[in-house]
Design a protein around this ligand. Structure first.
Ligand SMILES: OC[C@@H]1[C@@H](O)[C@H](O)[C@@H](O)c2nc(CNc3ccccc3)cn21
Length: 601
């Protein structure tokens, strides 16, 4: 018979009220449960009324799975969900944080630290809509992006996921949200909005103060007064909410010793009641478990604190029986009132109804062909060009070295990051931690880009770690040295010394003491460069450019000018950290906002 909640012509709140009134506690708790794809069998989805599934970093249906294989996996799960009595569709989420990183042959864009250096919100929006298409072509309607952290200490392993140390630059780049979701019409501003099946629901993360921890220690404590929190870490959430972000993910971190996942004041009083956020709040992976230390030592208490704080959907992700059992008993004994459960389910349903998931629960086959499309790769290459920051161009008193002539004669290209696609993509690429080498996915290394840019008369010689003899006897007019950090994610990226890993420094020394050298640094953050900077002729910060490495050669050889500006302070020494623009004692090697410019030759 006719069911009001299934009628898209009914007002949104009528659909929510009607469906909620039909739901059992088990069905409500199911909607609040997000499980990992590796445990999400059709039976589990059906029997536990699961409302959401995710892919954790690197969790794929099969190695090098095609878009079709991804879509088939989602379809199978969706069929199970729709076979339940109320037929509420699941929402499948994934970390598409710099393009659809888990997926083989997806376009990989520069990580956020590089996008921040572009200062180009329109570019961010275009990237958002390209990523949305690549995500949707795999049948997925929801992504855990953008990270709107304001990273205040580059020793943090996730600093590359942050657009900038300056909240104003992060606020500017939240324009990626209307890119992901589509532009909300005036009537929907400030409310969750997803335009349709070519867009995805987004997730502003990690609320709040994830980038402000002590010494940049991941998941640690952000010690700052309320005024400071509102001034530095909160502003991007104002923009995210008004730009209709559908979901917000809570941070593992603590604020002045109180776990964010247990913080009723910030999650409910401030975000939901003050900022009027109407989407759903999702936990991070085992975010509830990590409320206690050791993690998981009192899961019953964790669930009580997290759900009462105002978390609506829980990224469990594996022990769903524990979660469902504990939450059910917490409601039965009235520790958690049904009103809290209903608020969570309303918010989840509001997002699912608004984004059209009930009308279009299955992948849209018309989106085939979007994965890794040349048009998206060209956009990514433009982003690479605009993300490069030129920090030195010729030694003191000498003429500028860049742009290099395409008729450059014999040049040397050296370093561990010159011909290494995995290194230039960084973390959250194919696997959670990222990979090294050139077989991980489809793309163009920096070396390949150089070779296809220079004039036919030029000779490009590549040596990853050349000997002094090789450099001295090579007769090179110039050398391009590409070094930097290996890929990493989260805690694995925490680093207190921030030195360029060996043999980077010695390659710089060997090459730059024998031939005019351009050093291109591939890193998620500023690294120690001061000891070598006087020996270097030209110095370029390239961040983590992604698959379209040719964007680097585009600018080195003058097809485009350098325009990027530092989105982060470049320290002289790690002893100065944390040190950010606006600090009373500010003594950088290169200041926030710095970037030399060149013009197309
Ligand atoms: O991947 C899901 C979330 C992600 O959206 C958050 O930004 C991030 O904080 C986060 N961390 C994990 C933990 N990932 C993990 C991967 C493999 C094994 C164990 C944990 C999952 N997630």
């Amino acid at each position: 018979g006719y069911l009001k909640y299934k009628d898209p012509k009914q007002p949104l709140n009528t659909r929510i009220d009607d469906l909620l009134s039909r739901m059992s506690l088990a069905e409500k708790i199911g909607q609040m449960s997000q499980i990992e794809r590796s445990v999400a069998t059709p039976d589990v989805i059906k029997n536990d009324y699961i409302g959401s599934v995710l892919s954790g970093g690197g969790s794929v249906p099969a190695p090098q799975a095609t878009a079709q294989e991804w879509a088939s996996m989602v379809t199978e799960m969706q069929k199970a969900a729709l076979s339940t009595p109320l037929g509420i569709p699941i929402i499948y989420g994934i970390d598409a944080v710099h393009g659809h990183g888990n997926v083989y042959k997806a376009t990989i864009f520069p990580h956020n630290v590089g996008l921040g250096a572009t200062r180009d919100p329109e570019l961010a929006k275009k990237i958002g809509s390209a990523v949305a298409l690549e995500v949707r072509t795999t049948g997925i309607p929801y992504i855990f992006a953008p990270c709107v952290a304001v990273c205040r200490d580059p020793r943090w392993g996730r600093c590359y996921e942050s657009f900038s140390e300056d909240p104003k630059v992060v606020q500017m780049m939240t324009q990626i949200i209307p890119g992901f979701q589509g532009e909300a019409p005036p009537s929907s501003r400030g409310r969750p909005y997803v335009a349709g099946t070519r867009n995805v629901a987004a997730c502003a993360k990690h609320y709040v103060g994830d980038g402000g921890t002590n010494k940049g220690i991941n998941e640690n404590n952000t010690i700052i007064d309320f005024h400071g929190l509102l001034q530095i870490h909160m502003p991007p959430y104002y923009n995210a909410v008004i730009n209709s972000v559908s979901t917000i993910m809570v941070s593992y971190t603590s604020w002045n010793g109180v776990k964010m996942h247990a913080n009723h004041f910030l999650v409910t009083d401030f975000l939901k009641n003050k900022l009027k956020f109407r989407g759903f709040v999702i936990s991070d992976w085992q975010g509830l478990d990590r409320i206690t230390s050791p993690a998981g030592s009192d899961y019953h208490l964790s669930i009580k604190l997290g759900v009462l704080a105002g978390i609506d959907m829980i990224m469990i992700p594996f022990n769903y029986t524990d979660f469902i059992g504990n939450l059910t008993s917490l409601v039965h004994d009235n520790t958690i009132p049904m009103s809290r459960i209903d608020d969570a389910v309303r918010r989840i349903l509001r997002v699912k109804f608004t984004m059209g998931l009930f009308e279009n629960p299955f992948p849209d086959p018309s989106l085939a062909g979007e994965l890794g499309k040349q048009e998206h790769r060209d956009l990514a290459r433009e982003a690479v060009r605009k993300s490069l920051v030129l920090l030195k161009n010729g030694k003191y008193g000498e003429k500028p070295l860049l742009p290099l002539p395409k008729k450059c004669g014999k040049i040397l290209v050296a370093g561990s990051h010159a011909d290494n696609l995995g290194n230039q993509c960084g973390g959250w690429t194919i696997t959670w931690q990222g990979l090294q080498g050139n077989n991980l996915t489809a793309g163009t290394t920096i070396l390949e880009g150089i070779k296809s840019t220079v004039d036919g008369s030029a000779q490009v010689v590549y040596s990853e770690e050349p000997s002094p003899d090789f450099v001295q006897k090579g007769g090179f007019n110039y050398a391009i040295v590409v070094v930097g950090e290996p890929p990493y994610s989260e805690t694995q990226g925490d680093n207190l010394n921030l030195t360029i890993p060996a043999p980077g420094p010695s390659v710089i020394e060997t090459v730059c003491s024998n031939v005019k050298c351009i050093v291109v640094l591939i890193s998620g953050r500023p690294l120690v460069i001061e000891p070598y900077i006087n020996k270097i002729d030209a110095f370029v910060a390239a961040w983590l450019p992604g698959t379209e490495g040719k964007g680097v050669a585009d600018v080195l050889f003058g097809d485009y000018g350098f325009t990027g500006k530092l989105s982060r302070t470049w320290f002289k020494s790690v002893d100065q950290l944390p040190m950010n623009v606006g600090d009373p004692h500010y003594d950088p090697l290169f200041p926030f906002g710095f970037g030399l410019e060149t013009h197309p030759s």
